[in-house]
Design a protein around this ligand. Structure first.
Ligand code: ATR
Length: 298
């Protein structure tokens, strides 16, 4: 199997066992193939999962091609999660609400879009920190595809407090507005609002960190070696749980800073695992071999 396929490969596709894949740009770093291929082997499903480097202007054609080639489904990742909404026939209500798709199923020749990031995140929090979102005050950094899925999941699970910090303040504000209905209940958390969008500034973050239990980085900051922590290290404190959706072989600056501050911290591998397991369950309507998949990420 080739390391990475392209649109040109799809146009001249020869029959292979590849019937699943991840479409992204970049996509070389994706760990989904090793995880999904181990699961397929374990389930004795005679198919393979591959990486496809697909540019934004190629997404529509690539999706049409894979559907025509009888693919079971695909994952879409950066930067296609939002655009993919417009390239499927039907969108699951969760994905519609989030405004982003990460999993597409071609069952019955209908392209149906799903989003497993939010539920994957929730399961990851249980795995990593043995906590339920409903008990937590959460600060989410970022309001893109991943940030929206995470914020929506926190809202759906009725978390105690949700604060969204985004570089483009207006986008964070729009996301908070969309979630307003989830926070009208009688829960009281003292003098601070239960739902709030804040500016990406040290002073604003400092106040919120003192009123948060969990901080989640849902921006790509940390993907590149040498990236600084998305919020200043000196703001981190021992009472916190810190989750970085970025995963890399080296510790991100955010995770390192959190551990140095005495906080608990984890990277995005557990969310990758659970969103992938949920995708497999959508494609094959059977339970995913989660332990087999987890082992490939250790
Ligand atoms: P994904 O699907 O991975 O969430 P995305 O939809 O492109 O990717 O969203 C990226 C998020 O990270 C956005 O919230 C973005 O902020 P803007 O809304 O201001 O664009 C945020 N982001 C990207 N680069 C960033 C940086 N260098 N510093 C802070 N935030 C950043």
């Amino acid at each position: 199997m080739k390391e990475i396929y392209t649109l040109a490969d799809l146009k001249t596709w020869k029959k292979t066992p590849i019937r699943l894949g991840v479409l992204g740009d970049p996509v070389a770093h994706s760990l989904s193939p090793q995880m999904q291929n181990a699961a397929l082997r374990d389930c004795k499903i005679d198919m393979q999962y591959a990486r496809f480097h697909i540019l934004p202007n190629e997404l529509r054609e690539a999706l049409n091609l894979v559907r025509g080639l009888n693919f079971v489904g695909v994952n879409v990742t950066v930067p296609h999660k939002i655009a993919a909404l417009d390239h499927v026939d039907d969108v699951d209500p969760d994905a519609r609400r989030i405004g982003a798709v990460n999993t597409i199923s071609f069952a019955g020749k209908t392209a149906r879009g799903f989003n497993t990031d939010g539920r994957g995140f929730s399961r990851a929090m249980r795995d990593e920190f043995s906590v339920d979102l409903r008990d937590l005050r959460v600060l989410v950094l970022g309001a893109g595809g991943a940030g929206r899925a995470i914020a929506m999941q926190c809202a759906k699970e009725n978390c105690e407090r949700l604060v969204i910090a985004n570089r483009t303040f207006e986008k964070g504000e729009q996301l908070a507005d969309k979630l307003r209905n989830f926070f009208t209940g009688p829960k009281v958390v003292g003098p601070v609002p239960r739902l709030q969008a804040i500016r990406w500034e040290e002073s604003a973050c400092r106040f919120q960190v003192a009123n948060a239990d969990l901080i989640v980085n849902a921006t790509p900051v940390g993907l590149n070696r040498g990236d600084a922590s998305p919020i200043p290290a000196q703001l981190l404190a021992p009472h916190l749980m810190v989750y970085d959706t970025v995963y890399s072989s080296e510790r991100t600056a955010f995770v390192s800073a959190a551990l140095e501050a005495g906080a608990r911290a984890a990277n995005g591998l557990s969310m990758l695992l659970h969103q992938g397991a949920l995708a497999l369950e959508i494609w094959f309507q059977r339970e995913a071999p989660i332990d087999v998949m987890r082992k490939t990420l250790l």
